[in-house]
Write a protein that binds this ligand. Structure first.
Ligand code: LLP
Length: 418
């Protein structure tokens, strides 16, 4: 459920015509609905209300500080994977006591920063990282609260690039080694063991992989408890999928029901790290048609958004619904919707049945709120798109469109070339 709806023949975001925003802000632009964001967060968070829990929105899905602020005001914590994400979260007003920090490659400076901010927990992904965190914490006269991220070796049945809980993936500590690592952690001077973490992948559309992972983690927590190591926080990561096309992922209440029933007998606070399920369908990428090219072999609709703006179709062959912003009654054609970038892999949709759009018309690339802007780049020296948040009948630019000056600001020409 989202708030991008046709009223008459025009696509609206909440109560604002998308066309009006595009005319004022220009294209390409990312558009988010405040109502959808708030409803998705509240539905997800509310589904776990029967148990002690903290919903830590996964910043990487959509990192704009206005959106982080919106969730913080609803009581959210955040899941971060870099010093940059910690910085954003703090800037947005997320309390440090609600920040969990995952990632396989935390640098010393990032660890120091996180310790100085006094975040809730590090989700540690290797034996070496554990040792470094202990050293850094000791040097700062602190104790780092940690969970070990366990790799439960469960198949999430999703795209291989976004599967993370299999032994062959780089993430986490294999479950067989984790007992010894916990014992070691409990004895390290800069470490306070507080939790256990696991995250098996993303865009998961069934409940069973989550339940399988949780069963393994639960058995493991019991083994830890037998060794006298108590777990206060059980972090089960994110990964719940959304509908892009015809997927039928479980509703958050179904997911929560399965998780909660698996938790019976465990005495810990649950941490959840949802990203896509909160923001995915709350955002769209709006682009304008530049040219159309028709041939016997193929029809192309060239728009002003490209793989630098939304890389998911190129990178994962991901499906995003394309909607015309105005319904014109034009006949349907099959076309590739492509961007201006000099790569054949630069497409937003391929062989898509779509109204025969004309130059100047607008399209909305749906379900682009997650891993859309946050994965965008300047490839081909294309300034990154503007981001706009709609609230009822008004809208705010929450990130200005980059300028060419912005793109070269950090570059310099050495003296010997002047
Ligand atoms: N927690 C951890 C430790 C993660 O690595 C991730 C996502 C999440 C939470 C949030 O997962 P979500 O609820 O959004 O599924 N760029 C890819 C997705 C990469 C996901 C990376 N990790 C895409 O566009 O599909």
């Amino acid at each position: 459920m989202h708030d991008f709806v046709y009223k008459g023949k025009s696509l609206y975001c909440e109560d604002v015509p998308v066309e009006r925003i595009a005319a004022e802000v220009g294209t390409p632009l990312y558009l988010y609905s405040r109502a959808t964001l708030e409803r998705h967060f509240s539905v997800f968070d509310g589904a776990f209300s029967a148990v002690p829990h903290l919903t830590c929105y996964s910043v990487k899905a959509c990192s704009n500080i206005a959106i982080l602020r919106l969730f913080a005001r609803l009581g959210a914590g955040v899941d971060v994977v870099s010093g940059g994400e910690i910085f954003r979260a703090l800037k947005a007003g997320v309390p440090p006591a609600k920040i969990v920090y995952s990632g396989v490659g935390k640098k010393r400076a990032e660890i120091e920063y996180a310790l100085q901010c006094d975040i809730l927990q590090f989700n540690v992904e290797s034996a070496q990282e554990l040792e470094l965190i202990s050293q850094v914490a000791e040097a700062l006269g602190k104790k780092a609260r940690i969970a070990l991220r366990i790799n439960p070796d469960v198949d999430p049945k999703t795209h291989p690039y976004i599967s993370t809980g299999l032994k062959k993936n780089k993430f986490g500590i294999k479950i067989e080694a984790a007992l010894d690592e916990y014992t070691k952690a409990a004895g390290l001077p800069g470490i306070q063991v507080t939790g256990i973490a696991c995250h098996i992948g993303s865009q998961i559309t069934e409940v069973s992989p989550f339940v399988d992972a949780l069963k393994r983690v639960k058995a493991f927590v019991q083994a830890l408890s037998a060794r006298g190591i108590a777990i206060a926080y059980l972090d089960i990561g994110g990964g719940l999928g959304i509908t892009y096309n015809e997927e039928t992922p479980p509703h958050p209440s179904e997911y929560a029901g399965a998780v909660i029933s698996e938790l019976q007998g465990m005495n810990c606070t649950l941490i959840l790290e949802p990203g896509r399920v909160i923001v995915g369908n709350a955002g769209a990428l709006v682009a304008r048609v530049l040219y159309t090219k028709k041939s016997d072999a193929k029809n192309f609709i060239v728009v002003d958004a490209a793989m630098n703006d939304l890389v998911r179709p190129s990178l994962y062959d991901a499906f995003h619904e394309i909607r015309p912003v105005q319904i014109t009654g034009a006949p349907g054609i099959a076309a590739d919707i492509v961007g201006p970038i000099c790569e054949s892999g630069d497409f937003l949709a391929r062989s898509r049945q779509i109204p025969d759009l004309a130059r100047g018309e607008l399209i909305a690339v749906m379900s682009a709120g997650a891993y859309g802007f946050s994965m965008s780049s300047n490839y081909n020296s294309r300034p990154r798109a503007a981001e706009v948040l709609v609230s009822g009948d008004s809208f705010s630019v929450i990130r200005q469109r980059e300028t060419c000056e912005d793109m070269v600001r950090l570059e310099s020409i050495p003296d010997y070339l002047t």
